[in-house]
Ligand binder design. Structure first.
Ligand code: C5P
Length: 234
């Protein structure tokens, strides 16, 4: 069976500051989404890419991809939450897709070796695979206050057991579809796809991620991303 990638790209990118939807902002002159699609298409295993566009911006995304000679990419309009957007992307996959990778448009510089390693681990039999790195900061759990007030600390997890997870996350198709159906039914949230799969009782495994698979979230991340691109071109 074949492998498809779903790229949720419907987020507004509020934390980056005012401007276009995050996926359409440029890095060294090229939209982040175009970098992300190319990163997926470079992977040997990937035979189909589905982009989930902002619900009011599907036509703009279609035109943008066509302009960059990416007419083979399927575009569908997204939803309110990342979860909704991924579910809408899964809904258009052809029957012969057995492995699904889900990749954030906001991680435009993930190296092809990371993509291939995730896809290979799924094809080798793991139902759910997540690339991740050890965390460098000590992480505290707090009682959130959310208004800038001091927040009481409730715990400090053992750092050596923590991993910061990235994308693409890879899944046996039916495992991911079942997790999304369940979440839609029960109305629970999760910040990543593997988190949803964990709740269905399926074992998720972590493989090594890559520094360059970082998520472009804040203005400083744009500076870093452009520096990485400049180094690659040098
Ligand atoms: O908000 P966060 O950084 O977790 O977003 C991760 C990815 O999910 C981004 O690529 C963003 O465009 C996408 N997203 C989406 N639909 C939403 C919200 C986020 O496709 N409603």
């Amino acid at each position: 069976s074949r492998t498809a990638v779903v790229i949720p790209a419907a987020g507004r990118g509020v934390r980056l500051g005012p401007g276009a939807p995050k996926a359409l902002r440029t890095l060294s002159g090229t939209p982040m989404l175009v970098h992300a699609v190319r990163a997926m298409e470079r992977a040997r295993a990937v035979s189909l890419v589905v982009v989930v566009a902002p619900s009011d911006g599907a036509k703009e995304v279609r035109n943008l991809l066509d302009e960059h000679s990416l007419s083979d990419v399927v575009v569908v309009p997204g939803g309110e939450t990342r979860q909704d957007s991924v579910r809408l992307g899964l809904a258009v996959l052809p029957d012969d897709i057995g492995t699904v990778l889900v990749h954030d448009a906001a991680r435009p510089l993930v190296p092809v070796d990371t993509v291939d390693a995730v896809a290979a681990a799924v094809r080798d039999g793991a139902p759910a695979v997540v690339p991740a790195l050890p965390v460098s900061d000590t992480v505290k759990e707090v009682e959130p206050r959310g208004n800038g007030a001091p927040e009481p600390v409730t715990g400090t997890p053992d750092r050596s057991r923590l991993r910061a997870v990235q994308t693409p996350q890879g899944f046996a198709r039916e495992v991911l579809a079942e997790a999304h159906e369940r979440v839609a039914r029960e109305g629970e949230g999760a910040t990543d796809d593997a988190g949803m799969v964990e709740r269905t009782g399926v074992q998720v495994v972590v493989v090594p991620g890559h520094e360059e698979a970082f998520k472009v979230t804040r203005p400083l991340d744009l500076v870093l991303a452009e520096a990485v691109l400049a180094r690659r071109r040098a």
